[in-house]
Ligand binder design. Structure first.
Ligand SMILES: C[S@@+](CC[C@H](N)C(=O)[O-])C[C@H]1O[C@@H](n2cnc3c(N)ncnc32)[C@H](O)[C@@H]1O
Length: 229
């Protein structure tokens, strides 16, 4: 069943160039130690996934090379970070950071983030970050976009009331799409009051690889923040 769901919902590349020897070793040895086991039931207290007894939990979906997640984890040792990424080269990059920086507050789901969302207990997250997810520009591909009524219902279920959903994109049409999906909802409220609230990144922001690419190519990012009501 999970495989059927995955085949239906996961789009985009899963593999790129061959992994370096160290990355291959980390995939074999480190990943099993910090992987989220979505085949097993989730612990009653999600913080028990971590030995560091974190007081906050943050999920990053589609973390790419993991630069934002790794920096967040290094700067906030009392927070637990869970990352979901389907692209093996991205996962391998994050593992290199986890290993080099000896991060003990990171857990990884290598696979479709939808499967992780379904697995997470209710109201377990303080925040979910969706940064530069594939915009699927052509109209016939819009249904592939990660933001959908189904995933927003899951995000509303797993983010605790008062928690936060963050969405960054450099693609105006995906920003409009996201606002159109979120604005009618009663379980999320857009926090923006003035333009700088979506023009400026969040405090402590680490620029991701895709954001750097957007700037190089002349696109301007926006940052949307929603509170789980
Ligand atoms: C455009 S990239 C952005 C990566 C990173 N967030 C950044 O800003 O550099 C989107 C990433 O989301 C991942 N992704 C897309 N759909 C996913 C899914 N359903 N589950 C897990 N990862 C996904 C892709 O593999 C890709 O690495």
């Amino acid at each position: 069943m999970a495989q059927e769901g995955l085949a239906k919902r996961l789009h985009g590349r899963r593999k790129g160039h061959a992994l370096k020897a160290r990355q291959g070793r980390l995939m074999e040895q480190l990943l099993p130690r910090i992987a989220v086991e979505v085949e097993q039931p989730a612990p009653a207290r999600l913080a028990d996934l971590f030995e560091t007894a974190p007081d906050r939990l943050i999920l990053e979906i589609g973390f790419g090379g993991g630069e934002h997640l790794a920096e967040g984890a290094a700067s906030n040792p009392q927070t637990g970070f869970i990352g979901a990424e389907a692209f093996i080269n991205g996962v391998a990059k994050l593992l290199s950071e986890v290993d080099t920086r000896e991060l003990t507050n990171v857990r990884v789901h290598f696979g479709d983030a939808h499967d992780l969302l379904e697995w997470l207990p209710d109201a377990c997250l303080d925040r979910a970050d969706l940064l530069y997810l594939d915009p699927w520009r052509k109209r016939r591909h819009w249904k592939r976009r990660f933001i959908s009524h189904e995933t927003l219902a899951e995000l509303a279920r797993v983010i605790r009331p008062g928690g936060e959903l963050r969405f960054a994109s450099d693609w105006p049409d995906y920003l409009t799409w996201t606002l159109m999906h979120l604005r009618p909802r009663t379980d999320f409220a857009w926090t923006a009051q003035v333009a700088d609230d979506w023009r400026k990144p969040w405090d402590g922001w680490t620029r991701t690889r895709y954001e750097a690419k957007a700037y190089r190519e002349g696109r301007v990012p926006s940052y949307l923040t929603f509170t789980r009501t």
